[in-house]
Ligand binder design. Structure first.
Ligand code: NAD
Length: 298
């Protein structure tokens, strides 16, 4: 069993850290939210008042933060933790961030003699809770082998995408596709309902037809179709609209850098940005349905 420092206990990091506690590791946790820290402490994690305070003796440091700026600040900022991480420790960042940020932090870690990988995840909050996440790793193959046992306690599928930053690039491609699929699924369901169909019947039909996809079958955006998805609880929890806007922005940056055309990704980014602008930024991204629903005729 390892001594693990886990930073960032939100919708994803919370259940991921919990699985490490359940696996018997000594897990020291920190989050800016005291409530999030309290929940993990109740479940058996060791809590402290700062990220620095959980680093002593840590063999593995895991972070699960919103975006590039949070990760860079945590490791490289004025009060950054990189200088305090003990020699020989393995650093795993599971956040979805810009590939160039992942490379920058990994290079700074390497300059200190630390091994770092980017290991963004897919599978949503349900996958995080069930320990069935997909990890998409960027970094040296030997570093991935060191990380594998602990990743396997939080996930089911572990892929090596390439060198540092490659995990992020693959994750960004996946999330661009997810953003497009969710918007398309919501649009199709809204069209059916506007023309008198029952959203559950339509979902059953499309799930066994050529329109089937993950958003439709496992994360249905229409309230009342599925239990245990954000649509069933007023779009609370899950994967925030603003996080999807961030990921589609990362896809746009990657497209500019490679002179690639991403017409559907850009359209999706604009749709989620409009939705966020209407006040939905903190809701789950499947709430994009609300932007596409036709108001009943009066
Ligand atoms: P979240 O907003 O629920 O959680 C982020 C947590 O980080 C919050 O609890 C916040 O207080 C904490 N935090 C921010 N800055 C911090 C700091 N400096 N020190 C300590 N804690 C800090 O986000 P989430 O949904 O858990 O997502 C985390 C990452 O995982 C994001 O990059 C997201 O894109 C990615 N992701 C999310 C999902 C999902 O379904 N929610 C799925 C795959 C990947």
């Amino acid at each position: 069993m390892s001594n693990i420092a886990f930073i960032g206990l939100g919708n994803m990091g919370g259940p991921m850290a919990l699985n490490l506690v359940k696996a018997g590791h000594r897990v020291n946790v920190f989050d800016l939210s005291r409530e999030a820290v309290g929940r993990l402490a109740q479940a058996g994690a060791l809590a402290a008042g700062s990220a620095h305070a959980i680093l002593e003796g840590a063999e593995i440091v895991i972070s699960m933060l919103p975006a590039s700026q949070h990760v860079e600040a945590l490791y490289l900022g004025q009060d950054g933790i990189l200088p305090q991480i003990e020699a020989g420790a393995l650093v795993i960042d599971c956040s979805t961030i810009a590939p160039h940020s992942a490379v920058k932090v990994a290079q700074a870690a390497a300059a200190r003699g630390l091994t770092m990988i980017d290991a963004p995840v897919s599978g949503g909050t349900a996958g995080a809770a069930a320990g069935t996440l997909t990890f998409i790793v960027g970094g040296a193959a030997e570093a991935l082998e060191r990380a594998r046992p602990v990743l396997a306690q939080m996930g089911k599928n572990i892929f090596h995408a390439g060198a540092n930053g490659a995990g992020q690039t693959a994750k960004i491609c996946n999330n661009m596709l997810l953003g497009v699929l969710m918007a398309g699924t919501a649009e199709a369901l809204a069209l059916g309902v506007a023309n008198g169909l029952d959203p559950k019947v339509l979902s059953d039909i499309m799930s066994k037809s050529s329109g089937r996809n993950w958003a439709l079958e496992l994360y249905n955006p229409y309230p009342g179709v599925m239990d245990n998805v954000p649509a069933a609880r007023g779009y609370q929890g899950g994967f925030g609209v603003d996080l999807m806007v961030k990921d589609l922005g990362l896809a746009a940056e990657a497209a500019l850098a490679a002179r690639a055309a991403i017409p559907l990704g850009e359209l999706a980014r604009n749709l989620y940005a409009l939705h966020s602008g209407s006040g939905a930024g903190a809701l789950d991204f499947s709430s994009i349905l609300q932007l596409l629903q036709t108001p009943p005729r009066g």
